[in-house]
Ligand binder design. Structure first.
Ligand code: ZN
Length: 271
């Protein structure tokens, strides 16, 4: 497996404990973490080393109803090591000035991308009130990760997680790099796949999906090889095992290489 370099495009951290229902869920999946204490640089790098992950994209979270708050400041501080790539999170429903907030995160905190969770924040991705934020993200040339697909956490409003609304966004912001986190998990795999096929800057990211089912959900992965991105949703997984399972998927080695490394590095302007 050492022939494959790996970047994980979907990692979580926290400073204060997440909501109890999030912790209960994570404890079942990954009991190796103490969810009452903040995640530190040492913990996350140790996990990455054990799984041979070179780089990790780390998300802030501005979703007080569902998981909690992981501040942009905390994430940017945690990501001092260049293997950790900080993405900010801005809640367009609650923020008084989302555009100014994004400017602050990118220009002052040095964050490299934006994470939005429409079903945790309660907005339709194609709501034009959010367009100024997209315009700014497109101007910065940073990737915007959208949570798509169903979630089991309390207070999630699933309707906002349908990736179809991102069709408008991809048309109206053709230069904005859109990453579909979870690739429409549960109900909308075909929609996600269609969007990645027809829109030049839409990508499929596979965190939170069982690797063994991936080729059933997406029979056309080889055709979409330039659009595939590996993500783990750590700590909600066994990272080492997940990386191995993805590398061993019944796909051409060229496609695996793109999915585990090349596409994400290109998206981040790192290669
Ligand atoms: Zn996640």
């Amino acid at each position: 497996m050492s022939e494959f370099r790996v970047i994980d495009f979907h990692m979580h951290v926290y400073e204060k404990p997440w909501k109890p229902w999030v912790i209960d869920y994570l404890r079942k999946i990954n009991p190796t973490i103490d969810y009452t204490k903040p995640i530190t640089e040492e913990i996350i790098l140790r996990e990455m080393d054990s799984a041979r992950v070179e780089y990790g994209v780390v998300f802030a979270e501005s979703t007080p109803e569902v998981t909690g708050i992981v501040s942009n400041e905390f994430v940017s501080m945690l990501c001092r090591n260049k293997r950790l790539i900080p993405f900010c999170s801005i809640n367009p429903v609650k923020s008084e000035d989302p555009v100014a907030e994004l400017e602050y995160c990118v220009e002052e905190l040095g964050m490299k991308g934006l994470k939005l969770l429409p079903s945790y924040m309660y907005f339709y991705p194609n709501d034009e009130s959010v367009y100024p934020l997209y315009e700014k993200a497109a101007q910065f040339g940073i990737p915007v990760v959208f949570h798509t697909g169903t979630s089991i956490f309390r207070n999630v409003r699933q309707k906002y997680a349908d990736p179809l609304y991102l069709d408008d966004v991809a048309l109206d912001f053709p230069d904005m790099k859109i990453v579909l986190a979870h690739s429409g998990r549960g109900l909308w795999y075909n929609t996600a796949s269609m969007l990645a096929r027809i829109h030049e800057n839409v990508y499929l990211e596979f965190s939170g999906l069982p690797p063994k089912k991936l080729t059933d959900y997406f029979p056309n992965l080889e055709e979409l090889s330039d659009k595939l991105i590996f993500g783990s949703d750590w700590p909600g997984c066994n990272l080492k095992k997940l990386v191995e399972d993805f590398i061993n998927l019944p796909l051409s080695r060229k496609t695996v290489k793109k999915m585990m490394w090349k596409n994400a590095m290109k998206l981040l302007g790192l290669e």
